[in-house]
Design a protein around this ligand. Structure first.
Ligand SMILES: [Zn+2]
Length: 502
């Protein structure tokens, strides 16, 4: 009996040891397979990026070819358009339009000096206007005005809109021929940041002492500073002001756009609302450090010049350029709720005002499942509002009542640009919600290939596969998606979704 048991044990031991031996022999193969899979994911991401770039290049060529652009130096597009007057009569007149030096200009008669319709195409967007009674209309919108134009045919309308769009793109990437000049794609630390940010109204002089040519910025406030004032801002601590060089530091495209949305004039309307009324004098350029420090501390630490109470109409000149259709915030919101309200509507200036009044970026709205301002910005698919909140101390991992943080929500809503932003800012990819799902499993369930790729790349980065080339590819892919989210959000949206990430 014992002999039989012993024989059985022997046989089992032999079986298991042989099995173990076989399994061990496949270890090398399994390791190789894992490496191969990693490489394939990376290759896939790189190929997708190359295809995107090639596609963008081809589209540019098609647009260029269609507009008849042949001679170098010629305006990218010119021709007759009907322009709707902005007065009460809304009359239409025919004018010769052209795009020159990133401006949209027109002339009434030959030899007339050109009239500039849109001073800076970088700040404009173009959209078709199918709701108008006339056909082939499109609108060019800048923060301050909206201009409606009519082309003579559908083809012309498409050409004009394409030409304006590519002018906007090339203006943002440094102007001129996007193939010839290093734009933000090639040179994220070049002077394009300085040039872009200084073009915003009021940014040409220091926000505090008005010294011309500021080369520094406070990124959470969205203002430009001279070197002396930047030193004092830095001394306040990052809770008040995050100082960065416009020429020496590297800049993410979304942060540059946030800077363009805010600017010295807009921020001073909030932070200096009562300066005139109080009779306080601004420190002049070249003044003493003590003078500067008194002013800057009074303005940002003691907040002495803020309008009171919160939300009170700003009696100031020039008046803030609010679009007429802009909905005013409901009265008597406390700062946290105003920040939440502004984030949902992508209203950066309202958010800046709420923050000036001490809004907590981590305020959770108990009435809406503990949602936060950052989660509201995700709902609104707003890259800029999200970036602005992150710069002002919002936590990238703060979750709502369902245990879902910004990365969960961006994944659920299919907002690739936002998912990329949160990953860059250190979002926890392993965080699970109340249902026990992490962002990757949500993305797989929703079959969102872009976000699955991003999250896989982030996971691989986390595991630190440790190859120099791999790291470069991660950075490349993340940078490309950031740029795309910032410049061409439509490329990141799935065909059935019409939202844009700005
Ligand atoms: Zn200054």
């Amino acid at each position: 009996m014992l002999q039989f048991v012993l024989a059985l044990l022997e046989a089992q031991a032999t079986f298991f040891s042989q099995g173990h031996h076989r399994a061990t022999s496949t270890q090398q193969y399994r390791g190789e397979l894992g490496v191969q899979l990693d490489r394939m994911v990376l290759e896939g991401a790189r190929k997708q990026r190359d295809m995107e770039q090639r596609h963008a290049g081809l589209r540019q060529q098609v647009v260029g070819g269609a507009s008849g652009e042949a001679a170098p130096g010629a305006p990218p597009m010119q021709g007759y358009l009907y322009k709707r007057a902005s007065n009460a009569f809304r009359t239409w007149s025919r004018r010769w339009f052209s795009i020159e030096n990133n401006q949209l200009v027109y002339i009434k008669r030959a030899r007339d000096p050109p009239t500039v319709l849109m001073e800076d195409l970088r700040l404009c967007t173009v959209k078709s206007c199918p709701e108008l009674e006339r056909r082939f209309c499109f609108g060019v919108l800048s923060p301050g005005r909206c201009c409606v134009l009519q082309a003579v045919s559908a083809v012309q309308q498409r050409r004009w809109m394409g030409a304006l769009q590519s002018s906007i793109t090339s203006a943002f990437s440094g102007g001129g021929d996007p193939d010839a000049l290093p734009g933000p794609h090639e040179d994220p630390s070049g002077h394009w940041v300085l040039d872009t940010v200084l073009r915003v109204p009021g940014n040409g002089t220091c926000c505090e002492c008005r010294e011309p040519g500021p080369a520094w910025a406070s990124v959470n406030l969205g203002i430009t500073l001279c070197i002396q004032c930047s030193g004092i801002h830095r001394s306040l601590g990052v809770h008040f002001s995050k100082v960065r060089s416009l020429t020496l530091d590297s800049w993410e495209p979304e942060l540059v756009k946030v800077m363009c949305e805010l600017g010295n004039s807009a921020l001073n309307r909030i932070y200096e609302a009562r300066v005139e009324e109080m009779g306080v004098k601004r420190p002049p350029p070249g003044c003493s450090r003590a003078q500067r420090e008194d002013w800057i501390r009074a303005k940002y630490v003691h907040k002495q010049f803020l309008p009171r109470p919160l939300g009170a109409p700003l009696r100031l000149h020039p008046p803030p350029p609010a679009p007429p259709e802009a909905e005013p915030p409901p009265p008597s919101l406390h700062p946290g709720a105003l920040l939440y309200w502004g984030a949902r509507r992508r209203r950066l200036l309202t958010m800046a005002e709420a923050l000036a009044h001490g809004a907590d970026p981590g305020w959770a709205n108990g009435a809406e499942g503990n949602s936060t301002p950052l989660l509201q910005a995700v709902m609104a698919n707003s890259l800029l509002a999200s970036e602005f909140l992150l710069q002002n101390g919002a936590s990238v991992n703060q979750s709502d009542g369902d245990g879902r943080g910004p990365l969960h929500h961006a994944t659920l809503l299919g907002h690739t640009g936002l998912a990329c932003l949160f990953l860059k800012r250190g979002a926890d990819i392993n965080a699970v919600d109340a249902e026990g799902k992490d962002p990757l499993s949500i993305a797989i369930d929703l079959a969102n290939a872009d976000i699955v790729t991003l999250l896989r790349l982030a996971k691989m980065k986390e595991m630190d596969t440790g190859q120099g080339q791999t790291d470069a590819t991660f950075l490349d892919v993340f940078r490309d998606i950031s740029l795309m989210a910032s410049d061409h959000p439509e490329k990141l949206t799935r065909p059935h979704s019409k939202s844009s990430t700005l």
